[in-house]
Design a protein. Structure first.
Length: 299
């Protein structure tokens, strides 16, 4: 067993012995990214603490023995329709918009009851990446991914698109000032993926500052602090800005199955079936809610 600043690290043989698995099976779990591990100088190492958490995450608990209750907060990505739905449903749920990855990490730690996510694959930015991300996380053995909306993502520009943008590559070619989102935000993942598709990197852009949410990007453009940035059509419509469509993405809610059946989330999900929800989506623009409330992934 190796020691590193108090961190107990196990070799492959030690980890297999600890878990009572054959080394071959352990290597299969590593290849499938189903077990926490790290590679150092060509050798796989396993944190004893992470293995303990991994084992507990998959533990079958007797009736009445459940993990600690998460707070009634929906974390993750910001969306105007979601914000409206949380308020309109009177479900008693607060919102903590920090971006898809931040919300996802909070969900895994039990700090929020649900996470609003819209992940993008950097090699294929238009791919539906949400089920791919959730399906490879061992801690989500009891989770469910619920569809909320298919959203139109694109470039926010000044009203009338006076610079004549048609794609992200134009912003680079013309030296336009791009307002970006924090690292890990779904819109930032989309930006990085689209840049990669065009043979560019984030360093090739003229960036102004980091905006916490899509509406903050809109405000920066309206105030003259930037020329463009990635957000949804709904954000552009609300801000009275121009919009250059780039792709359609899935915006989903990730939650535990036990919480899915409980009153707060059931109250929210009930609203998704009401005519007023579809009407509000039409008013905001760029939103398809025909599959809202449907299960998109479950283990």
């Amino acid at each position: 067993m190796q020691e590193n600043a108090g961190l107990r690290l196990l070799t492959t043989a030690e980890a297999a012995d600890y878990l009572r698995l054959k080394e071959r099976k352990l290597y299969e779990l590593v290849a499938e990214r189903q077990i926490p591990c790290t590679k150092v100088t060509g050798k796989w190492l396993f944190s004893r603490a992470d293995l303990d958490r991994w084992l507990l995450a998959g533990m079958a608990r007797p009736y009445g023995v459940v993990p600690a209750e998460p707070p009634p907060i929906v974390g993750g990505s910001h969306d105007p329709l979601l914000q409206w739905a949380l308020s309109e449903s009177h479900a008693g749920l607060a919102i903590l918009p920090e971006g898809s990855e931040a919300g996802y990490k909070r969900f895994l730690k039990g700090e929020v009851i649900a996470a609003a996510i819209h992940f993008h694959d950097l090699d294929d930015p238009e791919k539906d990446a949400n089920p791919q991300i959730t399906s490879r996380e061992a801690q989500l053995y009891d989770a469910v991914l619920i569809g909320f909306a298919a959203r139109e993502q694109g470039l926010l520009v000044a009203e009338g698109n006076p610079v004549g943008l048609t794609r992200l590559k134009d912003a680079h070619a013309r030296g336009l000032r791009v307002v970006v989102r924090p690292e890990g935000a779904g819109a930032q993942q989309l930006l990085l993926g689209l840049l990669r598709s065009d043979g560019l990197s984030i360093g090739d852009l003229t960036r102004t500052h980091v905006a916490p949410t899509g509406p903050d990007i809109a405000q920066a453009i309206r105030s003259g602090h930037g020329d463009c940035g990635i957000a949804t059509r709904a954000v552009a419509t609300a801000a009275g800005l121009g919009f250059v469509p780039l792709c359609i993405e899935h915006f989903d809610l990730l939650m535990r199955q036990r919480d899915y059946f409980r009153p707060p989330l059931q109250t929210l999900l009930a609203l998704l079936r009401q005519p007023g929800f579809a009407q509000r989506a039409r008013e905001l623009g760029g939103l398809d809610v025909s599959a809202a409330g449907m299960v998109r992934w479950a283990p």
